[in-house]
Design a binder for this molecule. Structure first.
Ligand SMILES: [Zn+2]
Length: 519
């Protein structure tokens, strides 16, 4: 049995419950890679799949204290190479096994009231057809399920989704206005159980979306604090920056406030992560995506998540009293989503910046693979240059050609005749193909659900999105396997060589899309 507890240092409520690894981010297990349909389509049975067998129960730190304070064994030293094992409770932390001599007879009994149930879940989808390009979609999505009352996760985003939908609907009914492209409003469910609603929807509509979806905008917990901290596909970062200029915020623009506080967050816009419903769109289907969020001040509160996260304390009272008393942050979140949706669905040329995508990939490639692959964050202690020089040369040449084609492209479409609808459509189609060129149908090594060769979370640190994730995964896996079952290393090296080659070929395909398009 595995018992997880919160820690006092996170400042969370004592009875805070977090959802353990048994609950979250396990992709729909009975229909991996297939849509879950209710009309009799194939599904695996519970006995066909490997669900985790170890019962896991999260508890609050008040309860954990009763266990930890009577643990036996050696005290935990101050620093360990595996990180800091000491929490913030005022006790001597001990390794065990078992309890100390005074309590050696004690036993723990845990009553778990979980039940296994198969249920039908419902996404709610609203569509406003486009006036010019009805067959191009911009999707705005948010999940409405929650662990408790969910006033922040995800109701702070749900309010924004509903308000933007109401606004678009109202303008349409009052004036007959329609956006240029079709907008889709999606209310997902099952997010907290493993992104189930959105993943199933993408799996069900994969061909339609692959051909026709222009962008996915996600909002989950929009308001965790006062500082804008979005993550996005590099293709969409420019439009994100642009629209923040038009939103007034604290006597200036949202853009100015964002730039002012960026150092408190990350310095640059993060490349899209996987923690919410954007994952299937970006990493399964290759659709450029944005995730909008306002964070708390990490300098002032150096904790990983906001204290009430996933607890019964996520109430309207909390939001009203402490988080956003005048609801101005909620208003700004709504404005940002609305303006962003309006801009992406309305602009004649898609507001993509292929050059920004290519250059960001180049910068991150140099940062990770030339400088930091060995860093403990990545831990890929593997000499990729020594072992695979010709392949790496090919990859770097392909990357350089992609960057150059992307820069030329951006220059060229500046002069495009936007009154020529056929040219515009051709340019837009070529740009839409670029991120899709990196979708590898069989997925990354041992991660079939991640098909994006270009960027995705690193397998060994899901909070860190990296470029060429499959390459870093394999480098790390080889360096781990070299210290263990060495007989598996040749196979992994082979997979890595294939993977590097796949990336180079994808880079060339993307380059061809830009170079050969007859504009
Ligand atoms: Zn959420």
């Amino acid at each position: 049995m595995l018992i997880l507890s919160t820690d006092r240092r996170t400042n969370g409520p004592t009875d805070r419950r977090t959802n353990g690894p048994t609950g979250k981010k396990v992709l729909p297990p009975l229909t991996q890679g297939l849509p879950a349909l209710v009309d009799g389509a194939f599904q695996y049975g519970l006995s066909d799949i490997n669900l985790p067998k170890i019962p896991t129960q999260p508890i609050g730190y008040d309860d954990a204290l009763q266990i930890l304070k009577i643990m036996g064994g050696k005290p935990v030293p101050n620093a360990l190479h595996i990180g800091d094992w000491k929490g913030g409770l005022n006790i001597t932390y001990r390794f065990g096994p078992g309890f100390n001599s005074a309590n050696v007879h004690k036993k723990l009994r845990l009553v778990v009231n979980n039940v296994m149930k198969t249920k039908i879940i419902y996404n709610v989808i609203g569509i406003l057809d486009g006036s010019v390009e009805e067959d191009r979609y911009v999707i705005l999505g948010n999940h409405r399920d929650a662990w408790g009352l969910g006033a922040m996760d995800a109701a702070s985003g749900t309010t924004a989704l509903l308000e933007v939908a109401r606004l678009f609907g109202r303008i349409h009914s009052d004036t007959d206005w329609r956006p240029r492209r079709t907008v889709v409003f999606a209310s997902w469910t099952g997010e907290e159980m493993g992104l189930i609603g959105s993943t199933e929807w993408v799996e069900e509509h994969i061909h339609l979306l692959s051909q026709k979806a222009v962008a996915y905008i996600n909002v989950d917990t929009c308001i965790k604090g006062p500082f804008l901290s979005p993550d996005a596909s590099p293709t969409l970062m420019a439009i994100l920056r642009e629209v923040t200029q038009y939103i007034s915020f604290r006597n200036t623009t949202l853009l100015n406030e964002w730039i002012k506080h960026q150092d408190q967050i990350s310095g640059v816009v993060k490349i899209l992560g996987s923690g919410s419903d954007q994952a299937a769109f970006a990493f399964f289907a290759g659709i450029p995506a944005i995730n909008i969020m306002f964070k708390f001040d990490k300098k002032k509160y150096p904790i990983s998540g906001y204290p009430a996260y996933h607890t019964g304390y996520e109430t309207l009272y909390l939001v009203n009293k402490f988080i956003d008393p005048d609801f101005s942050l909620h208003k700004t979140c709504t404005q940002l989503l609305g303006v962003l949706l309006h801009a992406i669905s309305g602009s004649i040329l898609l507001p993509y910046r292929i050059d920004e995508l290519a250059n960001r990939v180049l910068i991150d490639y140099k940062y990770i693979y030339k400088m930091n692959a060995n860093h403990e964050k990545f831990g890929a202690k593997y000499d990729i240059y020594g072992d695979n020089k010709p392949l790496i040369d090919m990859l770097e040449k392909s990357l350089a050609a992609f960057v150059s084609a992307a820069n030329d492209w951006t220059e060229m479409i500046r002069h495009l005749d936007i009154n020529n609808p056929l040219l515009v459509r051709r340019a837009n189609d070529a740009m839409m193909g670029v991120e899709r060129a990196f979708i590898r149908p069989e997925g990354l090594h041992e991660r079939p659900e991640i098909k994006n060769l270009l960027y995705a979370p690193f397998k060994y640190n899901k909070y860190s999105t990296v470029v060429f994730p499959g390459m870093l995964d394999l480098m790390r896996q080889i360096s781990i396997t070299q210290r263990g079952d060495v007989s598996k290393v040749p196979q992994l090296r082979q997979s890595l060589r294939r993977h590097i080659s796949d990336i180079a070929i994808a880079l060339r395909s993307a380059t061809n899309l830009l170079n050969t398009h007859p504009l």
